[in-house]
Design a protein around this ligand. Sequence first.
Ligand code: PEP
Length: 254
Amino acid sequence: MRKNLVAGNWKMNMTYQDGLALVSEITNMVADEVGGSGVEVVICPPFPFLHSIGKLLTAGGNIHLGAQNCHQKESGAFTGEVSAKMLQSVGVEYVILGHSERRQYFHEDNELLSQKLKAVLAAGLKPIFCVGESLETREADETFAYLEKQLKEGLFHLSNEEFDQVTIAYEPIWAIGTGKTATSQQAQEVHAFIREQIARAYDAEAALNTTILYGGSANAQNARELFSQPDVDGGLIGGAALKSRDFTEIIKSF
Ligand code: PEP
């Protein structure tokens, strides 16, 4: 079911001690409001902190635990990797997949991401699947064709039941970590387009029920305007998720 959701992606930032302090600040600031507001909050710390932070979140209230990636296989000789089942066993609920940094620096393509999606769903976890175009693609006026391909190849192979579990994050690459946010009109235009594609691939109900987040330099100043767009259901937040006050303000923007 479609919901308002704010997810914080810490990326490869923070020590364990910094992370614990940040989470206690966030839970103290938002615990009461998150409970009553209907906004779902997800925090995605690095792997080594997941278990302890998950315990803090359970104790602190209605904030959920997410991971930033996982391997496509269930187990085996894959030194250094982490499976969806392992994540599930430490209390993770959400997994970010297809972030542009994973696509760019770790060469994750739609084929690999399809396998990761299956693994996440098989473990009973909920994927936050990222799509988004580069500046070059936008300037060449190819944004919609590019997104259509990402969605078709990466996501629309899922069954209706599987797709029900998916949250989509539209993250224009040119806006990630650059301080250059998409305008609310640009975000709305793409979110509406994504919803149309879902309706085509599945049906109108699936399109209406899918939560679609915006990500890319969202902050406490621009979140309200972005979240007020009819097809923007929340945000995937990078830099601003590392500061308790900024992240909390974003959550309160609904
Ligand atoms: C992200 O990495 O998902 C992101 C949106 O980062 P930032 O908010 O820093 O642009």
